[in-house]
Write a protein that binds this ligand. Structure first.
Ligand code: KIV
Ligand code: ZN
Length: 530
């Protein structure tokens, strides 16, 4: 069995998902979880792109142990030097990932450079990166639409210059599994020195083939797959880590390859990424969707009851979904709740646990059974990692088909209570207006999504919102059996992030010299997003 390296780019390409923006603390939290999951490389960001990206890469490099930490850089000296500056404090030798496009379309229309110029830039970039670190990856952007002979020439030259990983990106999700196999076979035959380096693939999902193309590459001999949790990424996203990893684990005889991933942590990691990015996982998503292990038809249920493997090619436990027998309700004590949360992978501080317990009792009062999904929604939506500047104390809404929707909201901040009432287009709108009156903020609501976390009439509703303030987006999530309350909790979580960000900005402005000036891009360079 070969070991295939898992290169996670959730924090870089994943953050290029439209609408997703993670702050430094959130990126570090995700990186820590990726380290526990066992990924080999974490691409933490694109340091030249913004001061925030630089700070995130630096924080991950300094604080996260285990995987190799990597930063992206175009094939220009300024990017590479900036990437090194962000990475240099990492415990393990970090990776500089430098890239330039090699397809005729990109070279001509985007870069306005000849193939010879591109080749020279690639070589110089790799040489410069090697002066800083022994771990250098080179990506030929849009490789699958490049001339194979030119691609082979570029790869041979960068290997000669010191690249240790060469990456074959299907940047626009254009290729097919068969073409990917043929391209890798061609490169293995025509690139001198290729046997000394790791061959990597990086596939986008524009035609829904990212995972299939990545798996074809592994079968053809690739030693690294670049992927993201939940398949996040630019446009339609990247190959989903959970699908690649479980594909290899489920079909070992076929792929003859394995990974270092602790698959039992996949579900937990997926939930964390979904919570912090605000991107919900579709119910039919392979491996981690709510329906991935649900059997609906009678024939299937009958089969699964007789032998699970009739309709289950992998077990829910193998991705960290527990089949709980312990029913939690309002009579369950703190002990049972603590044990269950531990089984679900949460280690909470005493204060966090008290908060989780209080919310659990509120939910248990309204529901017969509190399921694992309810608990995850409570912990991730109401307990973890969000500053609690404003807290919901009281909510009353009046609404109906002949009434003007009205809401009264009382919030507390630093022990003081603030109450306002407002009318709106609906009860949620009225409640949000009342919150705005209290906070004095007028953010724009970009997205509002509601779903039932669990089944039944007493299901816990989960609301995800995204708001925009001062050019920045903030996600909020709230849960309750009452959807209006869940809506207000979600909005408040986002508002609390806005207030915290404004306070941070004010503190930074009060200490001039601390904030970094945005880097200037070289004239004529490509746009920042690869
Ligand atoms: O999609 C792409 O080509 C990329 C490269 C930077 C690897 O993200
Ligand atoms: Zn990409």
């Amino acid at each position: 069995m070969r070991k295939v390296l898992i290169f996670d780019t959730t924090l870089r390409d994943g953050e290029q998902t439209p609408g997703v923006s993670l702050n430094v603390a959130e990126k570090v939290e995700i990186a820590r979880q990726l380290a526990r999951l066992g990924v080999d490389v974490i691409e933490a960001g694109f340091p030249i792109a913004s001061p925030g990206d630089f700070a995130a890469v630096q924080a991950v490099a300094r604080e996260v142990k285990g995987p190799v930490v990597c930063g992206l850089a175009r094939a220009v000296p300024g990017d590479i030097e900036r990437a090194w500056e962000a990475l240099k404090d990492a415990a393990r030798p970090p990776r500089i990932h430098t890239f330039i496009a090699t397809s005729p379309i990109h070279m001509r229309h985007k870069l306005n450079k000849t193939p010879e110029e591109v080749l020279a830039m690639a070589v110089e970039a790799v040489k410069l990166a090697r002066r800083f670190t022994p771990d250098v990856e080179f990506s030929a952007e849009d490789a699958t639409r490049s001339e194979p002979a030119f691609l082979a020439k570029v790869f041979a030259a960068v290997i000669e210059a010191g690249a240790t990983t060469i990456n074959v990106p299907d940047t626009v999700g254009y290729t097919t599994p068969q073409e990917m196999t043929e391209l890798l076979n061609y490169l293995m035959k025509h690139v001198p020195g290729i046997d000394r380096v790791v061959i990597s693939v990086h596939c986008h999902d524009d035609l829904g083939l990212a995972v299939a193309n990545s798996m074809a590459a592994v079968a053809a001999g690739a030693g690294q797959v670049e992927c993201t949790m939940n398949g996040l990424g630019e446009r339609a996203g990247n190959a989903a880590l959970e699908e690649v990893v479980m594909g290899l684990r489920t079909r070992p005889q076929f792929y003859r390859a394995t990974t270092g991933i602790t698959t039992e942590l996949i579900y937990r990691t997926s939930r964390l990424v979904s919570t912090l990015t605000g991107v919900a996982v579709p119910p039919n998503k392979a491996v981690i969707g709510a329906n991935a292990f649900a059997h609906e038809s009678g024939i299937h249920q009958d089969g699964v009851l007789k032998a699970r493997q009739t309709y289950e090619i992998m077990t829910p436990e193998s991705v960290g979904l527990t089949q709980s027998r312990l029913v939690l309700g309002k009579l369950s004590g703190r002990h049972a709740l603590r044990a269950r949360l531990k089984e679900l992978g949460y280690t909470l501080t005493a204060a966090e646990f008290s908060k989780a317990y209080a919310r659990f009792l509120e939910v248990a009062d309204r529901k017969k059974e509190v399921s694992d999904q309810d608990l995850e929604a409570i912990v991730e939506g109401d307990v973890l990692a969000v500053p609690e500047i404003y807290q919901l104390d009281y909510l009353h809404v009046a609404s109906g088909n002949t009434t003007v929707p009205t809401a009264t909201v009382r919030l507390t901040r630093d022990g003081a209570a603030f109450e306002e009432a407002a009318c709106g287009d609906g009860p949620v709108d009225a409640a949000y207006r009342a919150v705005d009156r209290i906070t004095g903020l007028s953010v724009s609501l970009l997205e509002y999504n509601i779903r039932a976390v669990t089944g039944g009439k007493d299901a816990l509703g989960e609301v995800l919102v995204k708001v925009k303030d001062n050019g920045h987006r903030f996600a909020g999530r709230g849960t309750s059996t009452d959807v209006i309350e869940a809506s207000v909790r979600a909005y408040l979580q986002a508002i609390n992030k806005v207030v915290a960000a404004r306070e941070r900005d004010e503190a930074a402005a009060a200490q001039p010299g601390q904030a970094e000036a945005p880097p200037a891009l070289d004239e004529g360079e490509a746009e920042i997003g690869p």
